[in-house]
Design a protein around this ligand. Structure first.
Ligand SMILES: *[C@@H]1O[C@H](CO)[C@@H](O)[C@H](O)[C@H]1NC(C)=O
Ligand SMILES: *[C@@H]1O[C@H](CO)[C@@H](O)[C@H](O)[C@H]1NC(C)=O
Length: 162
């Protein structure tokens, strides 16, 4: 079993924080992605994706585009995994107090193997991800989800930390 954690840093003054764990039992099993965010715009859907780099030198900008090692088109987690980017995670929905939880099993996200997400990042956006269907010039690359409000680097978790 491999366990990673991503601790979110607020982009600018967004105030969005939280953490997400990623657990993969073995090389061919889906990765269980589970965690909480807070400080989001209440009652709003927010795009969430794994991005290519775990580089926070220029905040979320240096995290790069959505992780897409096979050159696919942006889509929804409900689309065939073969037909969407590996980093496409869809939306999280904030409640009336700006909290959101995520719990998904994602077969496109790997911790083991050559396309591991270790050392990459997770980015949260201000708006909803249209999952490639919005007809906007950015729909097929980013889902036109607006500016990034939080980001964190995916690293191996310390089993002795809470
Ligand atoms: C994400 O939100 C957009 C806009 O509301 C919606 O079209 C899309 O279906 C949502 N996807 C998921 C997985 O919730
Ligand atoms: C929102 O999250 C914060 C921090 O985790 C928590 O203290 C608060 O009780 C949550 N609010 C609701 C309504 O669940």
């Amino acid at each position: 079993m491999a366990t990673c954690v991503c601790v979110f840093i607020s982009e600018g003054s967004s105030g969005v924080t939280g953490s997400i764990s990623l657990v993969q039992n073995q090389e061919d099993s889906p990765t269980v992605i589970e965690g909480q965010l807070r400080g989001l715009t209440p009652n709003q859907r927010h795009g969430i994706s794994v991005c290519t780099y775990g580089d926070a030198r220029d905040s979320s900008s240096s995290c790069g585009p959505i992780f897409n090692p096979f050159g696919k088109t942006h889509g929804s987690p409900s689309d065939d995994p073969a037909l969407r980017m590996e980093g496409d995670l869809g939306n999280i929905t904030a409640d009336a107090s700006g909290n959101a939880t995520i719990k998904v099993d994602e077969s496109n996200i790997k911790i083991y193997g050559p396309h591991s997400v270790i050392g990459r990042s997770i980015v949260i956006c201000a708006g909803a991800d249209d999952e490639g269907r919005g007809g906007h010039e950015n729909s097929l690359s980013t889902g036109n989800a607006g500016p990034r409000v939080a980001y964190g680097v995916i690293g191996l978790s310390n089993p002795t930390s809470a």
